[in-house]
Design a protein around this ligand. Structure first.
Ligand code: NI
Length: 180
């Protein structure tokens, strides 16, 4: 049975550390990945990185589908990403709202590359090269940052681009939010 993992919040030093490269894929990693996928679903996230659950490892999961926190999310199967590299980015960026399970209660308007090409190992040990666009590219860049001790607040153009979750919900209702 997968387990609900405790999520480290801003101020916990693990969120500011560069995570360690993974040398081999074993049952421990398979369990950790299953627990991350289970946990992100329980807390209405779309991605979760190992450092956010106290493990300093270069692994994250992405699982985009509409939920309470991201009603406009696209639907994908869960993706397990190990030792990722971003090998190409579009020069074009887009601005959109992000939240983070490690930074509860706030959202920020974050610029991200619209398209990225990434290389990573999947949980079966296969080397994958894949291009991500739009919201998925955004999630990938957000989770990738967690492996390098970076949070979305570090990417804001201005602290004026921070809103509380309560005000964000009001903005969402007025539908003045963009979504790529
Ligand atoms: Ni996050």
């Amino acid at each position: 049975m997968p387990k609900l993992l405790e999520i480290a919040e801003l101020g916990n030093p693990i969120l500011r550390k560069k995570a360690h490269r993974i040398e081999s894929i074993d049952d421990y990693l398979r369990d950790l990945s299953a627990n991350l996928i289970y946990t992100v679903k329980q807390v209405s996230g779309v991605g979760l990185a190992a450092p956010q659950v106290g493990k300093s490892l270069r692994l994250f999961i992405m699982h985009s589908r509409p939920n309470a926190r991201y009603p406009n999310a696209t639907t994908t199967k869960p993706i397990i990403v190990i030792n990722p590299e971003i090998i190409e980015v579009s020069s074009e960026k887009s601005l959109d709202w992000e939240g983070c399970l490690s930074i509860p209660g706030i959202r920020g308007l974050v610029p991200r590359h619209k398209t990225i090409k990434a290389r990573f190992i999947d949980i079966s040990g296969t080397l994958i090269q894949r291009t991500f666009h739009g919201f998925l590219a955004r999630i990938f860049q957000h989770e990738y940052d967690h492996l390098n001790g970076i949070v979305f607040l570090d990417r804001l153009e201005s602290t004026k681009d921070i809103v509380t979750e309560k005000e964000y919900k009001k903005l969402l209702k007025k539908s003045i939010l963009t979504h790529n």
